[in-house]
Design a protein around this ligand. Sequence first.
Ligand SMILES: [Fe+2]
Ligand SMILES: [Fe+2]
Length: 284
Amino acid sequence: MPRRRGAFLSQGDLGILSWLGVGWLRILFIGDVVGRPGREIVAHLVPLLRERERPDIVIANGENAAGGKGITPETGEELLNTGIDLLTLGNHAWAKREANDYLEIESRVIRPLNYPGRPPGRGLAVVTTRNGQEVAVISLCGRVFLDVYVDCPFRAALNAVEELGGRTPFVLVDFHAEATSEKAALAHYLDGRVSAVIGTHTHVQTADERILPRGAAFITDVGMTGPVNSIIGVERDQAIRRFLTQLPTRLEVAPPPSRLEGVVIDLDDRTGLAIGIQRLREEE
Ligand SMILES: [Fe+2]
Ligand SMILES: [Fe+2]
């Protein structure tokens, strides 16, 4: 695995921060893990990234973990066993029937908070790091260009932050949405109230990672962890055939080689505000 290029905060920077008495909390967030190729590269690279980046917490979006759509107990546990602390989901959360029971019993997997009608599982988790710090993670689904009629993600986010009541300064939001405008709007709406808003769902990493004016780290989409030679994870010929014919077409996960995409976020441990966000793109 190559060394990280252009780190936002180098080991030297972090050394200076620690000399100044400034502590930080580091989050590694991994983009949508697609099928077996995605799970395999996670198994290979997460232990190495834990070693290289030294994150306090590792989060991955697992909505495509099982056959490209949804999650099962087997695929969820396989990912969690690689060193991932928490899995978030998205519009495919319930694509596999087994997810209903799994989401009720596995507290390390969360689904979007703003689905109506109290579906199985939880939309908010508080993870305790090895240093005893609590990190709250909120999963939300967007409403624009997505085939779901969920509750308002803006109001749901605000309610969740209020419910947390300042329990921890570290609050990360996975905003699973299609439209760049909706993602930017939610990020700015929550800026000053949360530590980071990380976009997922499009499977295409955007080059706009930044810290917003009131200190929230933001990226429109963190990208995909899965097969490179694919159409957002799917076999190319099958996806093209569907566009050409408009007929129902079986869509399967493309074979390796794969790539892991994500971000590393550093948060000031007194305020919870972001001090760095850096994109990752790792080949096998
Ligand atoms: Fe996805
Ligand atoms: Fe999605």
